[in-house]
Design a protein around this ligand. Sequence first.
Ligand code: ATP
Length: 137
Amino acid sequence: SNSTFTMIKPDATNNGHTGAILDQIIKGGFKIKAMKWIQLSIEQAGKFYEVHKERPFYGELVEFMSSGPIVAAILEKENAVADFRTLIGATDPAKAEEGTIRKKFATSLGQNAVHGSDSDENAKIEGDFFFSGLERF
Ligand code: ATP
């Protein structure tokens, strides 16, 4: 469909990359439909990443995602989910294409600068987790 959900993760906000990442997202053709700057509690991060509960990195991921501020946003573009994953690059920044957001701004596999929804279904679930109807247009 035409929208996806993203978070700029605490490594990137703490390293001062928020503006550059938003700039690359906008120049990549995405429109911001909703956006907020917040810090998640351990409980909120745990709930967001519940699908990864059985994975070995779950605890580390939840701790990291609640360790500092994030930017959460709903983005609109044709073919948004797939195009956004192309823009951010592979999960592991060492494997990400030159010029992608993760290649330029990520710290490591765990601290990889940005999240991007992996399906239309998850884009909706994740956007609804952060934003009420009043907070988007
Ligand atoms: P995202 O859902 O954040 O866009 P993704 O779909 O590229 O990432 P997943 O495999 O769904 O990757 O993993 C979710 C997140 O968990 C990754 O973005 C990364 O931050 C973290 N992660 C994944 N694998 C590992 C690992 N082996 N060690 C530590 N953290 C990991």
